[in-house]
Design a protein around this ligand. Structure first.
Ligand code: ADP
Length: 578
């Protein structure tokens, strides 16, 4: 399990430092400085040790664990960034360079491409289990925990060096209706029916109503289940495109994705679930029309995984530009917020065994993406009170309308971009906002005029916009654009901040066709026995536009159903065989 972390450690241990005194260097990480200690001479890097860092657990921490060993092993700074942990990877490399310079060594000595790695002959291995789950994002981990709770012997395959997928990047929360947390917060007007209708409306009525109903009706139980595995989401707020407060998030305001992936990962560990990292599933094995396992591989093995049931939890295809542009050519030059593993593998594997797909052309643009690094600025920022202004310093839409509507409005502004504006009060209540500032995405000012100057927009127009907005918050009414949520706090606490943003590819709504039991449906309209799918790899739940907070609800609700259904099917298959 989690073997990747072990390899560089072993490599590092095998190398004995022989050079002069180590020197230190510093790089800018996602959350403060990354400081390394390097021991090297002109020709050889003997050791690299990260001695100070505060990087995100499960993302940046993977780079901290792996890159130093790789730099030593390859004797080169030109090692690949860890996918999904680019900022930390670059920070480590910058820090190593600085440390080399401090030792009077030219970093260029180590900026040579390492030689091609030798092809290793792969060993064939067969593994048997009850349920094999492809993908260790939110849906896969939820399904794994649930199937194990139901008594199944579970194996999870994850092609990346870390768990989490796109789910790890979810920064807002989980929409749920009729929960005890809403009750505790005094929210009595947001029920399951409203949640269904908001989701259908947000998805332009293209959604599969049965799937939406299943999601909404099971959402309260799902959030209770999370609480039962030590992952409570007690804070409740509104999100874009919803009429009521459904968005549940962690108590401390930390991003929901990191929080849930860490908690689900810990629960999987506690339950002894085997998660094979760096292991890619390539094909579903079929016998008499039923799924009976998968083929997979890593750098040293070809695996035949025999299972009684297969769950596809491979996520969407928002990093597969060939596939996306085959449905929508206009996306060719867009940035994507997706992690590099979102390539639609599950959809293609399922199609190869006769599965139907739905809504593949429905690809969502998220309106607040920092274009330089494709980093998403969470919708929660607007839920907590942030607004959008254009290059003229003016608001231009209901900032919390659905994502497709806000993205379209933004594209009509000068240059096709906008700024998201927030204040210190919001930063104090949202850990993500502080991260955006730390990585240099925001410009700042102690007054509205100063911020306008930093943004390069007309100061008078911007001051008027801010004063009008603060008055609208005080009155509880947005006369200009009819925004009716995320107005609990105004933006009057200095210093003030702005991040320049534009739309970016975010969620692929389409995917594998499933029924409400998460069974995969064939192009003939029949259930494919033994084959289940959950999460972003499926289509139908979100229709033509996904509402913020519904991806997490989707992966928890349908991940739980898939886990229970697959475990039940596997137990039945075992009984039949006996
Ligand atoms: P969801 O929200 O539906 O769980 P995520 O994107 O969070 O989706 O997770 C999907 C996970 O599946 C990612 O971690 C991704 O790397 C993994 N994955 C995708 N394709 C494969 C594959 N062929 N084999 C193993 N893992 C895969």
């Amino acid at each position: 399990m989690k073997r990747l972390a072990v390899i560089p450690l072993i490599a590092a241990l095998m190398i004995t430092p022989v050079a002069a005194d180590p020197t230190t260097g510093t790089g800018q990480g996602i959350d403060g400085d990354v400081v390394v200690e390097v021991d090297a001479d002109e020709n050889t890097i003997y050791s690299v040790e990260v001695i100070e860092q505060n990087e995100t657990l499960g993302i940046g921490s993977v780079a901290v664990e792996t890159l130093p060993g790789e730099i030593v092993e390859k004797n080169s700074i030109l090692v690949d960034d860890i996918a999904g942990a680019t900022v930390t990877s670059m920070a480590i490399k910058e820090a190593v360079k600085e440390a080399l310079e401090a030792a009077g060594i030219d970093p260029a000595n180590f900026e040579v491409e390492s030689e091609e790695e030798e092809e290793v002959e792969k060993t064939e291995e067969t593994i048997d289990c009850d349920v094999v789950i492809v993908g260790a994002g939110g849906a896969g981990l939820t399904a794994a925990v649930r199937a194990t709770q139901e008594g199944a012997d579970v194996l999870v395959l994850e092609k990346m060096p870390m768990i989490g997928g796109n789910s790890l990047k979810a920064s807002g929360g989980m929409n749920c209706a009729g929960t005890k947390f809403q009750e505790e917060a005094g929210i009595t007007d947001s029920g399951v029916e409203e949640f269904i209708e908001d989701t259908m409306e947000g998805g332009h009525q293209l959604n599969d109503r049965d799937l939406v109903t299943t999601m909404a009706e099971n959402s309260a139980e799902a959030v209770e289940w999370l609480a039962s595995i030590d992952a409570p989401l007690p804070k409740v707020a509104a999100t874009g495109g919803t009429t009521h407060k459904y968005l549940h998030s962690p108590e401390d305001g930390s991003p929901v994705g990191q929080y849930l992936i860490q908690k689900l990962g810990e629960e999987a560990d506690r339950l002894g679930i085997n998660i094979m990292l760096n292991t890619t599933a390539t094909e579903i094995l079929m016998e008499d029309g039923a799924a009976v396992g998968v083929l997979a591989n890593d750098s040293a093995h070809d695996y035949v995984i025999n299972a009684k049931a297969v769950i596809l939890a491979t996520g969407g295809f928002g990093s597969n530009f060939d596939l996306m542009t085959s449905f929508n050519p206009s996306l060719a030059n867009a940035v994507t917020t997706n992690h590099p593993g979102a390539t639609g593998d599950g959809i293609m594997m399922a199609e190869a065994v006769g599965a139907a797909t739905v809504d593949m052309e429905q690809i969502q643009l998220h309106p607040t993406v920092y274009q330089e690094t494709s980093m998403l600025v969470s919708e929660k920022m607007r839920s907590l009170g942030a607004i959008l202004v254009n290059q003229e310093g003016k608001r231009f839409c209901n900032d919390l309308a659905t994502r497709d509507a806000v993205s379209a409005a933004e594209l009509e502004q000068t240059g096709g971009y906008a700024y998201i504006i927030f204040d210190q009060n919001l930063v104090d209540h949202n850990a993500s906002a502080q991260e955006y500032i730390n990585v240099g995405m925001a410009v700042t000012g102690d007054s509205y005029e100063e911020l306008a100057q930093a943004m390069g927009v007309d100061a008078d127009a911007f001051v008027e916009t801010m004063e009008t907005w603060n008055a609208a918050v005080a009155a509880g009414k947005d006369e200009e654009f009819g925004r009716n949520n995320g107005m609990d706090d105004d933006l009057s606490t200095a210093p003030y901040y702005a991040i320049k943003i534009a739309p970016g590819i975010h969620h692929t709504m389409g995917g594998i066709k499933i029924n409400t039991n998460t069974e995969v449906i064939s192009t003939e309209g029949e259930v494919i026995p033994g084959l289940y799918a959950a999460g972003e790899t499926t289509g139908g739940v979100h229709g033509g536009n996904r509402i913020g907070g519904n991806a997490v609800c989707d992966f928890v609700v349908f991940g739980r159903i898939a886990g229970a259904e697959a475990a039940g099917y596997a137990a039945g298959a075992a009984e039949d065989a006996a």
